[in-house]
Design a protein around this ligand. Structure first.
Ligand SMILES: [Mg+2]
Length: 208
């Protein structure tokens, strides 16, 4: 084992699972739910819009959880994560909410998930959301480094790039072309096997 124990921070949506809001958009037919942080830069504005349209269409947390229960992991995700967890500690850092993320955690073998929380009323309407912190992925990486870990990381999108750059080594996985183009300093791959090799090498571990 290298002097500093390695820890891998992984994104969730786009690298292990499809995007939840897109799936909810398809399941409900609500056009506004197709918008992402790529279309609406201000996250609070985007979330207020999402909660507003869910409310207007009577879509409860229970309905969204039903959609999520029906979603499959990306092919190869579970096998990759099992092998990664066999080699080093893994924490999933996501900008999702526990109410959305936990069904996926059960499918992924219950890895540790650090994300945010939703507020609901007795009728199951989503009435608000609470972010633990504004730049939670990057802050988690810095905190783990402060605890003496060598941090490697992987993610697919703009909201991962501060985490990937803060990590000792960060990799883009399944990233759209525009993200790859905007962050040419981050090595990118679309293959779990290649990614596993890169993460282990970056962590100072031999591939099993
Ligand atoms: Mg993602």
């Amino acid at each position: 084992m290298p002097t500093k124990p390695p820890l891998c921070c992984c994104d969730l949506e786009g690298v292990f699972t499809p995007e939840v809001w897109i799936a909810v958009h398809h399941a409900t037919g609500i056009p506004e739910l197709k918008l992402t942080t790529r279309d609406v830069k201000d996250y609070d504005e985007l979330m207020r819009m999402r909660l507003g349209v869910l409310d207007r269409h009577g879509v409860t947390l229970g309905k969204i959880q039903e959609v999520i229960e029906g979603m499959d992991l990306l092919p190869g995700a579970r096998a990759f994560l099992d092998r990664l967890r066999g080699a080093m500690q893994v924490v999933i850092l996501s900008d999702t909410y526990y109410e959305f993320g936990m069904p996926f955690m059960r499918k992924l073998g219950l890895p540790t998930l650090l994300c945010h929380t939703l507020e609901t009323d007795e009728a199951g309407r989503i009435t608000g959301y609470h972010l633990r912190s504004r730049d939670s992925k990057r802050e988690a990486v810095a905190a783990f480094q402060g605890l003496g870990f060598r941090v490697v990381a992987m993610g697919d999108s703009y909201n991962d790039t501060t985490m990937l750059r803060a990590a000792d080594r960060g990799f883009l996985f399944h990233a759209p072309e525009n993200v790859k183009k905007d962050f040419p300093d981050l090595e990118a791959t679309d293959d779990y096997e290649v990614l596993l090799g890169k993460l282990l090498a970056a962590a100072g571990l031999a591939k099993p």
